[in-house]
Design a protein around this ligand. Structure first.
Ligand SMILES: C[S@@+](CC[C@H](N)C(=O)[O-])C[C@H]1O[C@@H](n2cnc3c(N)ncnc32)[C@H](O)[C@@H]1O
Length: 216
């Protein structure tokens, strides 16, 4: 589900950017560490592309693919990210089915979700796609809005979100685990309104070199 005008303004506001740069990014870096040199990352629901800048500059990705369902957001992201030409690709896609853009399983070293999965009615499908496109040992950095926040009168009045089958922080972490994404660190924030963390795609035990996979 796309953002309405109020949420678009809030998400792209300086205070939100400040929190993302100076609070969420350092917290996620403490939980999962920076990426290896040359790492390939995907951001789902990239909005206007500010998160991609952080993935390149703060997390140290070598290349980033970014998608959003909203063509207007993709246009804004392409404009913002033009200076990273050659390292960034931005396209319109649905996070619940990335097979057109990412046909090969295990393509990415890291996937980023900056507050998008709670926008998706069939959100488990998006989690399944994250798990599919991550390589074994790859990291999923997430920051999500929970049912707790979405039930608040202020949220219901100001923003548009799917209403059924929303998740608590605990439920979200359990569903990651169901998809082979082992949560390495997580934190609930603002009385359970938000959940941030890092999960790692499990490595098949019989895979050669599995024992030496990087731990965050
Ligand atoms: C709350 S915004 C977050 C945007 C960006 N990650 C940020 O932090 O600025 C949620 C974004 O998810 C996008 N979105 C919603 N449903 C989507 C889906 N099924 N697939 C991809 N993007 C989706 C919306 O268009 C919107 O840009």
């Amino acid at each position: 589900m796309l953002m309405n005008r109020v949420e678009t303004a809030l998400i792209n506001s300086p205070p939100r950017r400040w929190v993302q740069r100076w609070y969420e990014t350092p917290l996620l870096l403490r939980m999962g560490g920076p990426l290896d040199e040359g790492a390939r990352a995907l951001e789902i629901g990239c909005g206007s592309g500010y998160g991609v800048q952080l993935i390149l500059e703060r997390f140290g990705a070598g290349r980033v693919d970014a998608i959003d369902l909203d063509p207007a957001m993709v246009t804004r992201a392409r404009r913002r990210l033009a200076r990273y030409r050659g390292r960034v690709r931005v396209g319109v896609a649905d996070a619940t089915d990335l097979t057109g853009l990412v046909p090969r399983d295990g393509t990415y070293d890291a996937v980023f979700d900056n507050g998008i999965i709670h926008h998706i009615p069939e959100w488990r499908k998006a989690v399944a796609e994250v798990a599919r496109v991550l390589r074994p040992g790859g990291l999923f950095y997430f920051g999500e809005v929970t049912a707790h926040a979405l039930a608040r009168p202020s949220y219901r009045l100001l923003f548009d979100h799917p209403e059924h089958d929303r998740f608590t922080g605990r439920r979200f972490l359990d569903v990651l685990d169901d998809h082979g994404l082992t949560v390495r660190a997580s934190r609930e924030l603002v009385f359970g309104d938000f959940v941030l963390g890092v999960a790692q795609k499990s490595v098949p035990r019989d895979r050669p070199g599995a024992a030496s996979e990087r731990q965050p």
